[in-house]
Design a protein. Structure first.
Lengths: 371, 171
């Protein structure tokens, strides 16, 4: 079977499943005569419909048993659902997504967005910034890696991208999503925080949904590799959503994989491999072996180190993060950098299991205060 | 189907006699189950258009046809006819006839479903658990989630379909 027929078969199977589930759910209320006829016609259309309907009926029974085992309280469920960034994005469908607004809030949001866009445009004109094609946080741009060295790009949302030689990414940011397509090569992302606009990275047929995270994407002829350095990345199958109707099913669909720090998978047309422990050093071997910085903020330098380690440096104090320093370090030795930071006045380094916290040493602060 | 058959032959070759009787019986059922779907389907096709409109509940009709067919087969195979929970067993047997799922015991299926539920989007998961575990109505769920009842229904359909699709992947 070639890819496209396999793809069509999968799509058809999903359609049958959705129809079977819809009909099954409809039975909770007595059907109208028109519905009864439609349901019977649907069953009579194919033996696969009949088989799938039975399968759904069986799953319905199992579902209750499976749900009962969940110990999470309803309050927690509601709370987590509220925190959820509402939509996951499929990059090839950019224009269709805008129509996914809920009608009630759509108008208000559009008006607000227009107003915000105006402010941003005015502000930019004032600042004379024309570098980005951007308004209201919108960006449409392609980045090529240099031919000689790894290139660092900072996007307007604070996302830091390292691009290997001859690599290319396409960036599409709009009011609702931050989408980046890894066209070729190797790129490492340290994702900036923007709770309102989920970051979605498109790699071949897969979408990676990040949540505040550093990860590496490598595209090769034989397949793609995703390595999560720190944080959490969810992989969704973009092949699932080929047109607008099916987009919705991707949103509420099941993640192909969930990865946390130090895990790696390979992605190809056939699917996703099992998760494996990653060798971070190998995955990031293409990055420069030294970190050089001149008069750069501690916050930014720490982020550069965090590309290399699953135990990120977290600068918890803003005034420390904003302090500017210069130096050269071995990239694979964030401990040396942390040790250096600990020599700065009023800085304390706290080693934890999954992170290294850089905090203001309160003892000194109080001492100073009392003096 | 040939592929499935090949896979089973390979399994038998590998595991040998230890599996034999239990599995042979189950496999026999599997082929029956597929035939049954086919037979149920043919009976549905035979319904006259005039009669179709008179079927009060097509779903009950469907299950009844299936249950009767299983009974007939049981008699043919000189087994005990099915008991009171026959419907459940019919459904069990008919579900996705050519898949391993039908051979999985329900505990394993439920375990897998449990994993899949956790991988749904948080909204979908919340709606489904409140509906299936806490037995809340669409209206109650809608109120707690601050969404419309039609959205609640949509999440239930999407979530069930997503889980069913992934369960089918185990086949």
């Amino acid at each position: 079977m070639n890819d496209s027929t396999q793809f069509d078969a999968a799509r058809q199977a999903r359609r049958i499943t959705e129809q079977a589930v819809s009909w099954y759910i409809e039975q909770q209320e007595p059907l109208s005569e028109r519905q009864r006829v439609a349901f019977l016609n649907w069953l009579r259309a194919s033996p696969r419909h009949v088989a799938e309907y039975f399968a759904v009926a069986q799953m319905h029974g199992d579902f209750k048993a499976a749900a009962i085992l969940k110990t999470i309280t309803a309050e927690e469920l509601v709370e987590r659902a509220g925190r959820d960034s509402p939509v996951v994005m499929f990059p090839l469908m950019g224009s269709a997504i805008a129509k996914e607004h809920r009608p009630r809030t759509g108008r208000a949001r559009r008006v607000a967005a227009r107003a915000a866009g105006l402010v941003a445009a005015v502000l930019m004109a004032w600042l004379g910034v024309g570098y980005w094609r951007e308004a209201n946080g919108r960006v449409e741009r392609s980045f090529q890696g240099d031919t000689a060295a790894v290139r660092s790009v900072t996007l307007p949302d604070g996302t830091l991208v390292q691009l290997d030689q001859n690599s290319r990414i396409d960036v599409h940011f709009d009011g609702r999503f931050r989408r980046i397509e890894v066209v070729r090569g190797n790129a490492l992302f340290d994702v900036g925080k923007d709770a309102k606009r989920p970051m979605l990275v498109h790699v071949g047929g897969h979408v990676l949904q990040d949540i505040g995270t550093v990860f590496d994407v490598k595209r090769e002829a034989g397949g793609d590799t995703l390595t999560v350095i720190s944080g959490h990345v969810r992989v969704l199958n973009a092949l699932d959503a080929s047109h607008k109707d099916e987009f919705a099913s991707l949103l509420d669909g099941i993640a192909v994989a969930d990865l946390t720090a130090g895990q790696q998978i390979s992605l190809n047309v056939a699917g996703v491999s099992t998760k494996q422990p990653a060798q971070i050093a190998r995955a990031t071997a293409w990055l420069p072996s030294e970190i050089r910085f001149q008069h750069e903020t501690i916050g930014n330098v720490a982020r550069r180190f965090n590309a290399y380690t699953s135990k990120p440096l977290v600068i918890e104090n803003e005034s420390i993060a904003d302090e500017r320093i210069s130096g050269i370090f071995h990239a694979d030795n964030p401990q040396a950098f942390a040790a250096y930071l600990s020599t700065l006045p009023d800085v304390r380094v706290v080693e934890e299991r999954d992170r290294v916290r850089i905090v203001a040493s309160s003892r000194t602060a109080t001492k100073n205060g009392s003096m | 189907m040939r592929e499935k058959h090949g896979a089973w032959s390979a399994l038998f070759a590998e595991k040998g006699a230890t599996l034999s009787k239990y599995f042979l019986r189950r496999v026999a059922h599997r082929w029956d189950a597929q035939d049954l779907v086919q037979e149920v389907y043919l009976r549905l096709l035979r319904i006259e258009p005039a009669d179709a409109a008179n079927i009060r509940s097509p779903e009950a009709y469907l299950f009844t046809v299936a249950a009767n067919l299983v009974k007939e087969h049981a008699v043919l195979r000189q087994q005990q006819p099915m008991g009171s929970d026959e419907l459940e067993q019919v459904v069990e047997q008919l579900a996705a006839p050519t898949n391993l799922e039908a051979d999985m015991d329900s505990e394993l299926r439920q375990q897998r479903l449990g994993v899949l539920i956790d991988r749904l989007s948080p909204k979908c998961k919340a709606v489904l658990i409140m509906h299936y575990r806490d037995e809340l109505s669409y209206r109650e769920i809608a109120k707690r989630m601050a969404i419309s009842t039609s959205m609640v229904k949509k999440y239930i359909v999407k979530g069930l379909a997503a889980c069913r699709q992934r369960m089918a992947d185990y086949e």
